[in-house]
Structure formats: structure tokens, C-alpha cells
Write a protein that binds this ligand. Structure first.
Ligand SMILES: NC(=O)C1=CN([C@@H]2O[C@H](COP(=O)(O)OP(=O)(O)OC[C@H]3O[C@@H](n4cnc5c(N)ncnc54)[C@H](O)[C@@H]3O)[C@@H](O)[C@H]2O)C=CC1
Ligand SMILES: O=C([O-])CC(=O)C(=O)O
Length: 277
């Protein structure tokens, strides 16, 4: 069974990658190797020369351009850059009625106007499941009534160290010997206190009952090697709990599965058979 759409009727989706770190490099590499229905159109990186070196082994030559120059070159942009760049990356694509795949999901909360821009111009912001699990079940349950969503995240010290919340509250984790709970609050608060560590909690909240009703605990655990997330949902259609243990990528804060989630999302955008909502 072919899993590719009729290429004549559907030209390949031109994909731009904004940010060439742990996630962006993997996505660029897979697109270059060949993802049915998609092609790598352009890349944006902080250090252009280093990016060109990182891309030099690819089969195709890919333009490395400033963020502002990406939009005319692509139909979709994958935002995989530091959170503060979200509006600069997303706005031109949304104003052109195009699609933005957002990994810095926490930044959506401080830039909610982007959703209005998408609505006004017929663009779309996609938040993939990323490093989490089960957002299809959570969005399905949200079509009914969800009573509660709880998330408990446990991370190795390296996955949390340097987070603004820890620095501001003088929470020292580098020498801990036992797990400690470093945060108990909401994804909205975590998006500010842990902007590079807890995008998954914001994604979960946007899928379910929002960033103020979802509850979140964050633990630093020196015995762990993997970022682990457990979610517990109670709703009028189902109760479920799920957990995932993420093997870190080159960036200890980011699970390897994050880039794969984006690749699966891109594949679905052009697939004749699409599994999962
Ligand atoms: N939604 C989710 O499930 C997850 C989201 N994330 C988020 O995804 C984003 C990317 O993650 P990683 O690849 O691990 O981060 P990373 O730090 O490895 O890569 C970010 C890249 O953006 C580049 N960059 C900085 N300024 C730039 C500019 N002006 N123009 C273009 N590029 C620029 C950096 O040089 C770096 O290479 C982060 O915001 C991270 O917090 C990470 C893991 C899971
Ligand atoms: O949510 C994030 O930004 C990253 C994360 O927890 C993971 O990769 O496991």
C-alpha cells in the first residue's frame, strides 16, 4: 500500500526549519534523507557559518537565511528555537495563511495574539505531542468534560539546572542526593519559570483544560537518566494515566522523541492514510 499522496496533484510541502539545535538538526536530516510529500526548503540558525558546516553533509544544498527571510521560501515552518523567538518566526507565516509547528509551546501563553493572527489570515498553529504522550486522548476527552488533569515530571538534574525559577528561588539542585520536588503549580507558572524545560506541560494544558486548571509537579531526581512525564486525566468519557521516559537528545533538556514527533506530524500532513487525531 502506497503511503504517499499523488505527487502531481500535491506538490511537496516546502518545510522551513527555524533553529538548528538538537531538534532542528534531526528534522533537517530526516527531510534531506526523504520524507514523503515534504521537502526541506530553508533553515535559519543563530550562527550561519556553523549551520552551513552542520548542513554540509546533506544531499541537497539548503539556503541558510535570517528568520525574516524564511516565509517566502516555505509553506510550513517548524519553530525549534529559543522560546523568545516564537513571534518573529510565527507571525510572517500566519499572516500569509501558512502553518507553524510550534515546539516552544510555553511561549504561546505570552503571545496568545498569534492565535488571533492565525484566525484572521487562515493560518494554523500546530502544537505537536512533542516529548509527551497521549495528546490525542486528551483532546478527545476535551470534546466532553474533563474533570482534572495532573502532570508529574521527574528530570535528571541536567534537565533542569539553570531554569529561572530555580535561580530566582535559590533552589540548589546540583548536589542533591535524593529526589526533591522543586515546583508545584500550573503550566502557566511553569512556562515563565521553566521556559526551556516544560513545554510539554503547556502542550498538555492546551489540549485539555487550560494552563490554569492543569496541575503540575516538577521533581529533580539525581538517580534518573531520562526525562519522565506522567499524566493523569479524569473525564466523563474516560479516566487514563500515561507515562513516558524520554532518552535525552544532544540537548539534555530535550528528549529524542521530540524531533520524531514533528517528523510524524509532517508525514501526516501529506499522507493518504492518517492514524491518530
Ligand atoms: N514541545 C515539546 O515537547 C518540546 C519543546 N522543546 C523546545 O523546543 C525548542 C528547541 O529545542 P532544542 O532543539 O532542544 O533546543 P536547542 O537549544 O538545542 O536549539 C535551539 C537552536 O536555536 C538556535 N537559535 C538561537 N537564536 C537563533 C536565531 N536568532 N535564529 C535562528 N536560530 C537561533 C540556537 O543556536 C540553537 O541551535 C526549545 O524551545 C525547547 O524548549 C524541547 C523539547 C520538547
Ligand atoms: O518539555 C520540554 O521542553 C522537554 C521535555 O520535558 C522533554 O524533552 O522530556
Amino acid at each position: 500500500m502506497s503511503t504517499v499522496l499523488n505527487a502531481a496533484a500535491h506538490p511537496p510541502l516546502r518545510v522551513a526549519v527555524a533553529g538548528l539545535g538538537a531538534v532542528g538538526q534531526k528534522i533537517a536530516q530526516v527531510l534531506d534523507e526523504g520524507l514523503p510529500g515534504c521537502k526541506l526548503a530553508a533553515v535559519s540558525a543563530n550562527d550561519r557559518q556553523r549551520a552551513e558546516e552542520r548542513l554540509s553533509h546533506l544531499k541537497q544544498r539548503v539556503p541558510v537565511v535570517a528568520i525574516e527571510e524564511l516565509e517566502p521560501l516555505a509553506d510550513v515552518v517548524v519553530e525549534c528555537a529559543p522560546a523568545q523567538l516564537l513571534p518573529t518566526i510565527a507571525e510572517p507565516f500566519l499572516k500569509a495563511g501558512k502553518t507553524v509547528i510550534v515546539l516552544s509551546a510555553g511561549a504561546i501563553l505570552s503571545h496568545e495574539a498569534l492565535v488571533e493572527v492565525a484566525r484572521e489570515h487562515g493560518g494554523q498553529i500546530i502544537v505537536p505531542t512533542g516529548a509527551l504522550i497521549g495528546l490525542d486522548a486528551v483532546t478527545a476527552a476535551a470534546e466532553g468534560t474533563i474533570h482534572s488533569v495532573r502532570m508529574i515530571t521527574r528530570k535528571p538534574v541536567k534537565g533542569l539546572v539553570g531554569a529561572p525559577y530555580l535561580v530566582q528561588n535559590n533552589i540548589e539542585i546540583e548536589h542533591i542526593r535524593e529526589p526533591i520536588r522543586v515546583f508545584n503549580g500550573t503550566p502557566r507558572e511553569a512556562a515563565i519559570g521553566f521556559p526551556a524545560n516544560l513545554n510539554v506541560a503547556v502542550a498538555l494544558s492546551l489540549a485539555g483544560i487550560g494552563p490554569d486548571r492543569t496541575t503540575l509537579e516538577i521533581w529533580a531526581d539525581p538517580s534518573l537518566k531520562r526525562n519522565t512525564h506522567r499524566i493523569e486525566v479524569d473525564s466523563d468519557s474516560a479516566s487514563f494515566s500515561m507515562s513516558i521516559e524520554n532518552i535525552p537528545s544532544d540537548n539534555p533538556k530535550t528528549g529524542r522523541i521530540t524531533a520524531l514527533s514533528v517528523i510524524a506530524c509532517l508525514r501526516k500532513m501529506r499522507a493518504p492514510l492518517r492514524v491518530g487525531s
